[in-house]
Design a protein. Structure first.
Length: 109
């Protein structure tokens, strides 16, 4: 069995196991396959649902972060002091941290 056939066989196994494109590549690199050969073989599997990197969850997470920022801002502006004011500040901080985290994750992909 040639190297390309071994790589394709391994890709198909990992796709059926539900691994993402990035996980499959990382696993193949760990098995000492060359990155160039892996990329060439992976091109054949672009339309396989299990082989795609998912960004849907990242987009949803980013929207949740925006919701936290807006909702926290509303709580801070409507409650000048007290528990709801503090809760609003916490929501803003969590929303900003989550938003920054997800933006970095989306840019890296």
């Amino acid at each position: 069995m040639s190297n390309s056939e071994s790589i394709r066989s391994e890709i198909e196994k990992q796709i059926s196991a539900g691994f993402t494109r990035d996980e499959i590549k990382k696993n193949l690199l760990a098995q000492q396959f060359e990155a160039v050969e892996i990329d060439a073989c992976m091109k054949q599997y672009k339309n396989v649902p299990g082989a795609k990197s998912s960004t849907g969850a990242s987009v949803v997470s980013l929207l949740v972060s925006i919701y936290f920022i807006i909702n926290g801002s509303m709580k801070v502006s409507s409650n000048p002091s007290g528990l709801l004011h503090t809760w609003g500040i916490i929501m803003i901080c969590v929303g900003l941290a989550g938003g920054v985290w997800k933006m970095i994750d989306l840019v890296r992909r």
